[in-house]
Design a protein. Structure first.
Length: 394
């Protein structure tokens, strides 16, 4: 029997906590993850607004930050306890792997006086361990940042061992708030596993759902959080000149390793895009169609611009996989390359990132590396995460 664990993730959409109860066995090529249960726990509305305000640059006193940190940790601990209670049996949970909530992300800048990147995830693991009574592994990004890396994306090494293939070259495309890709060349072309792992690659492709979400929230005064199934964008016309103008953003032509967040693709970016759309006389639906197109184009263009070869297949995960308009546009730009969800390959598309943080925590306990230097730019691969033992009962 494998090791039972819980993975917890709240991403850049800030929609809620994705929780996955898993059973883990093996290590890398023999790694197996059985998903026993998964659930999303929405943030209380007031907490979500506060997180979004902080992500948008609102300043906080240290006391307010401590309070926010622990309000998030409480939600994470409660999510873990709820999913633990829903277990099919009463097996002990060995650990929680918790990503936490990113509220600030600054990639390293080579020309800067402070070249180290900085990434802050709130919801401290020590408090989650305290409130859940389960050993918690958290703060996964800092170890990579200390090695000079971007601190993101961290999922590529997990994708490699869960979705890599002997014969086929694949891309795994996550479309959360921000989009990120993992490139998995076919294993058969490599002398050994180390050589193959060295050729696995990944980067943030840019906006996933974040701009469309913000636009829908703006247009509906917050009544709607996202463009369900892409229905609104489907009613509009794409403005190619506008999309081309947006694609001139320097992030898109930057060579990987690269990562980004709401600091760049956030409210200010959206405001400028709104002005440009109004200047061209676009309707609301045209604006949404064009923002959706930007996500699709930025993903497909980044494959063409950066990859050594186009993949045989693209596997999509994250909430954006449910946006039909985005899906159709991405398929259009990928031409004959088949586009499928990771569900079709045995890995739940809406829980994959939560599952990945359970695997990264597992690798921490096994003293195995978590990051891929090719994906993050770190000087070396290291085990990721800090371990917070639960206080013993009684
Ligand atoms: N039915 C749907 N139609 C269109 N979009 C959807 C649908 N369901 C979810 N989404 C989109 O998915 C988003 C949530 O995706 P997800 O949970 O993968 O994001 P995340 O955890 O913030 O990701 P990341 O950390 O990778 O940025 C929502 O904000 C919404 O934009
Ligand atoms: C700083 C941060 O939280 N980055 C997230 C975000 O959401 C998607 C993309 O940007 C990715 O780089 C990362 O998450 C995934 C899970 C990762 O680290 O692989």
């Amino acid at each position: 029997m494998g090791m039972r664990a819980i993975g917890l993730m709240s991403g850049t959409s800030v929609d809620g906590i994705d929780a996955a109860l898993v059973e883990l066995s093996g290590t890398e090529t023999d790694l197996e993850v059985k998903l026993l249960r998964s659930e999303t726990f929405d943030y209380p509305a007031a907490l979500r607004s506060q997180i979004l305000a902080v992500c948008a640059g609102e300043s906080l006193s240290m006391a307010a930050m401590a309070q926010l940190d622990d309000a998030i940790a409480r939600e994470f601990a409660a999510a873990a306890k709820t999913i633990q209670t829903a277990q099919p049996d009463s097996q002990p949970i060995r650990f929680i792997g918790s990503h936490g909530q990113t509220v600030f992300h600054r990639p390293p800048q080579a020309a800067d006086e402070q070249p180290l990147g900085y990434s802050l995830q709130l919801g401290r693991g020590s408090a989650i361990a305290h409130w859940s009574g389960i050993t918690t592994i958290s703060n996964f990004r800092v170890g990579d940042l200390a090695m000079g890396g971007q601190g993101a994306p961290l999922v590529p090494r997990v994708d490699a061992y869960l979705l890599g293939d002997e014969q086929e070259c694949r891309c795994v495309q996550n479309i959360g708030g921000i989009g990120n890709v993992t490139y998995l060349p076919a294993r058969r072309g490599f002398a050994n596993l180390t050589a193959w792992e060295g050729a696995v690659w990944g980067w943030d492709t840019g906006p996933g759902n974040v701009l469309v979400d913000l636009a829908v929230q703006h247009l509906t005064d917050g009544a709607q959080a996202f463009d369900r199934d892409g229905a609104w964008a489907a009613q509009g016309q794409i403005s190619d000149p506008l999309v081309t103008q947006w694609l001139a953003d320097p992030f898109f032509s930057q060579e990987p390793p690269k990562s980004t967040g709401r600091e760049h693709f956030g409210p200010d970016w959206l405001g400028r895009s709104r002005q440009a759309a109004i200047a061209l006389g676009l309707s609301d639906a045209d604006w949404l169609a064009s923002l959706t197109e930007l996500t699709a184009r930025s993903i497909a263009d980044s494959y063409r611009n950066h990859l050594p070869q186009l993949p045989d297949r693209v596997l999509v995960c994250g909430g954006g996989s449910r946006n039909r308009t985005l899906w159709a546009r991405l398929q259009q730009h990928l031409g004959s390359i088949p586009l499928e969800t990771t569900d079709q390959w045995g890995l739940c598309a809406s829980s994959k990132e939560a599952i990945a943080f359970a695997v990264l925590g597992y690798w921490r306990l096994l003293d195995r590396p978590g990051n891929l230097p090719a994906a993050t730019g770190a000087r070396q691969s290291v085990p990721l995460g800090e371990v917070w033992p639960a206080p013993s009962a009684g």
